[in-house]
Design a protein around this ligand. Structure first.
Ligand code: KIV
Ligand code: NA
Length: 263
């Protein structure tokens, strides 16, 4: 199977083939993710919680992200590797370019940024520098202290319109992918139809072009998970089997089901 890239993911959206993404932080799991046929790996700053034991993603540094990106990139070849830019690492365009370069040198093939239209200049400059970008809207965990908690976003009309507007702005600035986290499924469907780029949902219903889950959540390692998570270890014979069932369930749209979605 050939290397996944932004064009092959775009082609999947155009032919209405859903694809799965999973977070991953090391070489051993990256190999299992690759063997399961999963198209993309997110080296998420969720590692601050699931690996480091913090109660938010804010303490994660660019050095942490580079370390785990390098570990993942040694373990796999085919999946697209997307790395999160952590809290405070992209406050200015210059800082963003420098830190994104560090992640690309470590093995990332795309970087992910949380936020709306204020990131457009950075996205343009990253593209000029040869660095593709994944946006992230809705519940943006690095802004937990501004949002007042980990809660669903875009439930009222004004908020929903603001998220749609930001999504269009990120795409126009050159974002290649967009993560939508914890938004009502109708809004996620509307944004997925409005954008040409693939939209990856988490807690966003099953009408997005793709899904992402945190590895430890889908393997049943995380003690207390959000309602949008399914434990794929249940009824699986191995970790490899669980990852394969996740990939299949996203592809045939049986995950997420109604009970994993918000209205
Ligand atoms: O860090 C992470 O795991 C993420 C996903 C939940 C989208 O950003
Ligand atoms: Na993240």
């Amino acid at each position: 199977m050939s290397k996944v890239n932004i064009l092959s993911l775009l082609a999947k959206k155009q032919s209405q083939q859903k694809f799965a993404v999973v977070t991953c932080y090391d070489a051993s799991f990256a190999k299992l993710v690759e063997n399961a046929g999963i198209d993309a790996i997110l080296v998420g700053d969720s590692l601050g919680m699931v690996l480091q034991g913090h109660d938010s993603t804010l303490p994660v540094t660019i050095a942490d992200m580079a370390y785990h990106t390098a570990c993942v990139s040694r373990g796999c070849n085919r999946p697209l590797i997307i790395s999160d830019m952590p809290f405070g690492s992209y406050n200015t365009t210059t800082q963003c370019l420098d830190n994104a370069t560090t992640l690309m040198r470590a093995g990332a093939q795309m970087v992910k940024l949380e936020g709306g239209d204020w990131l457009c200049e950075s996205i343009r400059q990253l593209n000029h520098a040869g660095i593709p970008v994944c946006g992230h809207l809705g519940l943006t965990p690095q802004s937990v202290n501004v949002l007042g908690g980990y809660r669903i976003q875009g439930r009222d009309d004004n908020q929903a319109q603001a998220i749609l507007k930001d999504a269009l702005a990120l795409e126009a600035a050159g974002a290649a992918l967009l993560v939508l986290e914890c938004v009502p499924r109708k809004l996620a469907a509307e944004i997925s139809h409005a954008l040409k780029i693939p939209v990856i949902g988490i807690g966003a219903g099953n009408e997005t072009d793709a899904q992402v889950l945190v590895l430890h959540d889908l393997l049943g390692v995380t003690e207390k998970t959000a309602r949008f998570v399914r434990n794929f270890a249940e009824g699986s014979s191995s970790i490899a089997d669980a990852l394969g069932r996740y990939n299949d369930a996203v592809a045939d749209a049986s995950f997420p089901a109604d009970e994993h979605s918000f209205d």
